[in-house]
Design a protein around this ligand. Sequence first.
Ligand code: GRF
Length: 191
Amino acid sequence: MAIRVVVLASGTGSLLKALIDAQDDSYQVVALITDNPGAVAIGHAATSGVQVAVIAPNDFSSRDEWDLALADTIDYYQPDLVVSAGFMRIIGEAGVSKFTGRLINTHPALLPNFPGAHAVRDALVAGVTETGSTVHFVDAGVDTGPVIVQKSVPVLPGDDEATLHERIKGVERDLLVEVVKDFAGQKKYFE
Ligand code: GRF
């Protein structure tokens, strides 16, 4: 039976789209949860019949209330796996503790290098010749949870943030699909 996957995304949602397009009998994307009512990702979900929930920070009077609403909304969809794929807010204690071991994130750098929201820019500024993508479990820190898998990507002469990020996202999409399918099959990293 297909496992239930909830995706958290804030922006373009190309990783969400890759996950939806690669669905098979091992997993099903049951919902997109976003903090951004204007996220392009919402369109990808809607055209594929994936349910959408918007949990916008402005609708809550405190960070704690938003955290709780996010955790409750994730829980509502009864996911086996929660995938943060371009979700640009830190998931609070309520969500992290409730979904430990089944909450993963994809990050556009080879962690522990370049954690945080500007990983691609930071790699360029540092002048590295190689960066990449990391899929990892989410813990209470920022991009600090146990690494599941990583893949490197070359930084090429003339790269700017956009070209490098697009090259990384090409790798991220495949890596994320592979990890979700492995999780569904309880293979490799999840035994
Ligand atoms: C990815 O590079 C992800 O690692 C980062 O944001 C990007 C999301 O891309 N946190 P998209 O919105 O799915 O196209």
